[in-house]
Design a protein around this ligand. Structure first.
Ligand SMILES: O=P(O)(O)OC[C@H]1O[C@H](OP(=O)(O)OP(=O)(O)O)[C@H](O)[C@@H]1O
Ligand code: HPA
Ligand SMILES: [Mg+2]
Length: 179
């Protein structure tokens, strides 16, 4: 599996540093509040575990599963709500956790859904921000790292459901997916 990686961009140490930095900031910004943290499956599973251990707040943890890539390297531009949350988020401060914001379409879909359901605030903490991939105008509030416009895998991010268990984020070799 490691042989399929062209270049390691962010190793475990750097990701841990980002989790500590963002965790501290989120702890300060939400002091006195009890946010609903909404982790976006599947990609955000490791980021959620690492980031939240650096957050010193009372919070509710919920999981939502949305999908648009269906395992491929480009967005289908159609967002499927695979598994919804059951809890009521009316009047709640919601913090969305994403592994990556790329075209921005998944995030826009979720923000619109949460706004319709009456969330009182909606913010986003993403490990990776691929700004050059945007197709809609949207920004994350907390960003671990900016990432260039390459297809990356690892630490939750997949190609055909593989590589999510790599402990780092790296660029997938083109020959793995261009034939
Ligand atoms: O900004 P976008 O272009 O919408 O891309 C970002 C989204 O795409 C990926 O999810 P994916 O649809 O691959 O589902 P997965 O998390 O189950 O892999 C990723 O985990 C983000 O949720
Ligand atoms: O670069 C990416 N890699 C894996 N999944 C993704 N989903 C959006 N962008 C990416
Ligand atoms: Mg995916």
């Amino acid at each position: 599996m490691n042989n399929d990686i062209q270049e390691v961009l962010f190793d475990q140490g750097r990701i841990h540093d980002a989790a500590m930095r963002l965790g501290k900031q989120i702890t300060q910004d939400y002091a006195g509040k009890k946010p609903v943290v909404l982790s976006v499956l599947k990609g955000a599973y490791l980021w959620t575990a690492d980031l939240l251990r650096e957050v010193d707040l009372y919070l509710d943890l919920e999981f939502i599963n949305v999908s648009s890539y269906h395992g491929g390297v480009s967005s289908t531009n159609e967002i499927t709500l695979v598994t919804d949350i059951r809890s009521d988020i009316q009047g709640r401060d919601v913090l969305i956790l994403e592994d990556i914001v790329d075209t921005g379409q998944s995030l826009l879909f979720m923000k619109e859904l949460l706004a319709k359901r009456g969330a009182s605030s909606i913010k986003v903490a993403t490990l990776l921000d691929k700004k050059d991939g945007r197709k809609v105008i949207i920004d994350a509030d907390y960003v671990g790292f900016d990432v260039r416009n390459e297809f990356v895998v690892g630490y939750g991010l997949d190609y055909k459901e593989m590589y999510r268990n790599l402990p780092y984020v790296g660029i997938l070799k083109k020959e793995v997916y261009t034939d």
